[in-house]
Write a protein that binds this ligand. Sequence first.
Ligand code: 5GP
Length: 210
Amino acid sequence: MKSFAVAICAPSGTGKTTVTQALVQRSDDLVFSVSATTRPARPAEQPGVDYHFVSRDEFEAMIAEGELLEWAEVHGELYGTPRVNLEEAERQEKALILDIDVQGARQVVRARSDTVTIFLLPPSFDTLLERLRNRGSEDEVRLRERLETARRELEHVDSFEYVVVNDRLEETVVRVRSIIDAECRRLDRQVAEVEALQRRLQQDLDRRRS
Ligand code: 5GP
């Protein structure tokens, strides 16, 4: 199969990282795109697995060298997708799963028009509010900022191909997986296999005629 990228975006507090990790863990034909970031690692995060944690200087050098497929500033920190992630997925003939923000998704689509874009939604406003509250302090100003960010992110939903409501993790993973399964079966991703069969058929017919 011809490899392709899948950009998964969501307003913060939708559970995107949990969905993405569960999806990749269960599928041997998908590979997670480990981003580079200048933000410090959180306690449970492993360098090289969750992110490549780099300094601002290192990140700027990656931009200058053209090593990033896309990059964006999110909450004052830099995040970017190394080009090698896509090259490695292509070599392995796997789909590359990107957990990125909407600005990044737009850049990936510009670079690779066959990118599949999926937007996750929280099941309701109340769930979103609850998840954003649980995420940090009860500080009203911070909560308002997070709600404002969610509103801005939601404005971009109309540039996405698929929308999945993340109510129950298991169901969401199955739904996202079914989108990827259907995308794998598009003719333009399987041209090589179809042409190989046509060639073999023709060769066989030619041999029988001669
Ligand atoms: P967090 O710091 O919570 O892990 O991520 C913050 C935001 O940055 C999330 O929306 C996440 O999807 C996004 N992000 C992570 N990696 C990348 C990347 O490589 N490029 C872009 N554009 N956004 C990213």
